[in-house]
Design a protein around this ligand. Structure first.
Ligand code: GLA
Length: 391
């Protein structure tokens, strides 16, 4: 069956061919100036699920400030599902009074006081995924409530929405947020079900492309393989989202966590930590606070890197072009035994010889190369390099 195009699609097509048509204006949130680089921060869901409270959020904000994460670029502290219990007689969302006794506005103020930004979660359907009140029919009111509370980031889920049209509903939320008058990063979370890479760049700042990540290697690879198919849709202000980080949650080896973090950076993915920041051990810190890898993710060119070479599906080379003309390169070994992986400078699109090579996990320069870069890569691991013209 051929589905009729969405009303928004028709309007956008008409606007492209006749920019002066009444009602046509540049629709892209890229113009809102938000998320020019992939959002960074922390979200409660991966580690805490429904066990959220103002105490946890405050302690997490404190930890983000004290640990150096804030200085490294982690900015948003986001409460995911389960903060809300009802609507009051005016229809305003009500936070769980036992877990958030001071209310959400006071909590947002606290987070702002730590030099951080505050994010919250809702759902475009009738209920959230955990059965709390959703925003369907309350889009404008909830956007005004969030703006009044000082929310800087909102994640909008897609449970209890089976009968709804995703483009229509998310556009409604977009318009409501605009009308509320506060700059709010808009995170779309419909798991790639409605092909958001086609329409979400004009609606939100980031959109999930996959089902929920799990704290295991196969899940990282699944989300990598799916998210990487839509690289063309990403750019400053609008990003593919392969889901939040699992680094530090205990289910993977450190080689696997380094690979997870490196590949998210190569894909210009949002870097939302999903662990308990109040208990950051040195190994977790060394991953989340690797500024050389973060710089790849946050590079101002804003290009999502792609797979440029592979052998047998197990050995792969991923490459992200950077603003200074150099290339971020992840030599990935998906197999269970160490293996050598290499790539020519020609395939990296680098003409100047020799090329300088920086190892972003060893934090050390390697000898310059004239032909190819190569390395022995641990099982389920990466070697992450920055390769560019020698100084
Ligand atoms: C969905 C989302 C998750 C999380 C939960 C909360 O599964 O994909 O990221 O927000 O809902 O219920």
């Amino acid at each position: 069956m051929i589905r009729p195009p969405h009303a928004l699609t028709v309007l956008l097509a008409a606007c492209t061919t006749a920019l002066l048509l009444p009602g046509c204006r540049p629709p892209s949130p890229s113009g809102d100036g938000l998320a020019r680089t992939p959002p960074m921060g922390w979200n409660s869901w991966n580690h805490f699920g429904c066990d959220v409270s103002e105490q946890l959020i405050k302690e997490t904000a404190d930890a983000m400030a004290a640990s150096g994460m804030r200085e490294a670029g982690y900015e948003h502290v986001v409460i995911d599902d389960c903060w809300q219990v009802a609507r009051d007689s005016d229809g305003t969302l009500v936070a769980d009074p036992e877990r958030f006794p001071s209310g959400i506005k006071a909590l947002a103020d606290y987070v702002h006081g730590q030099g951080l930004k505050f994010g919250i979660y809702t759902d475009a359907g009738l209920k959230t995924c955990q059965g709390r009140p959703g925003s369907y029919g309350y889009e404008a009111q909830d956007a005004r409530t969030f703006a009044a509370w000082g929310v800087d980031y909102v994640k909008v889920d897609w449970c209890y929405a089976d009968t709804l049209d995703a483009v229509t509903q998310y556009t409604r939320v977009r318009e409501a947020l605009r009308a509320a008058g506060r700059p709010i990063v808009f995170s779309i979370c419909e798991w790639g079900q409605n092909h958001p890479w086609h329409w979400a760049p004009e609606v939100g700042n980031l959109w999930r492309t996959t089902t929920d990540i799990e704290d295991k290697w196969t899940s990282v690879l699944d989300n990598l393989d799916i998210n990487s198919q839509y690289a063309d849709a990403a750019g400053p202000g609008h990003w593919n989202d392969p889901d939040m980080l699992e680094v530090g949650n205990g289910g993977m080896s450190w080689d696997e966590y380094r690979a997870h973090f490196s590949l998210w950076a190569i894909m210009a993915a949002p870097l939302m930590a999903g662990n308990d920041l109040r208990r950051l051990d040195d190994s977790t810190r060394a991953v989340l606070l690797n500024r050389e890898v973060i710089a790849v993710d946050q590079d101002s060119l804003g290009v999502q890197g792609t797979l440029i070479w592979q052998q047998g599906g197990a050995l792969q080379v991923w490459m992200k072009p950077l603003a200074d003309g150099s290339r971020a390169v992840a030599l990935l070994n998906r197999s269970a035994a160490p293996a050598e992986v290499g790539v020519t400078l020609k395939r990296l699109g680098l003409l100047a010889r020799p090329a300088a090579v920086r190892d972003l996990w060893a934090h050390a320069d390697r000898p310059a190369v004239s032909d190819r870069v190569r390395a022995t890569v641990p099982a389920h691991g990466v070697v992450m390099l920055r390769v560019g013209p020698a100084q």
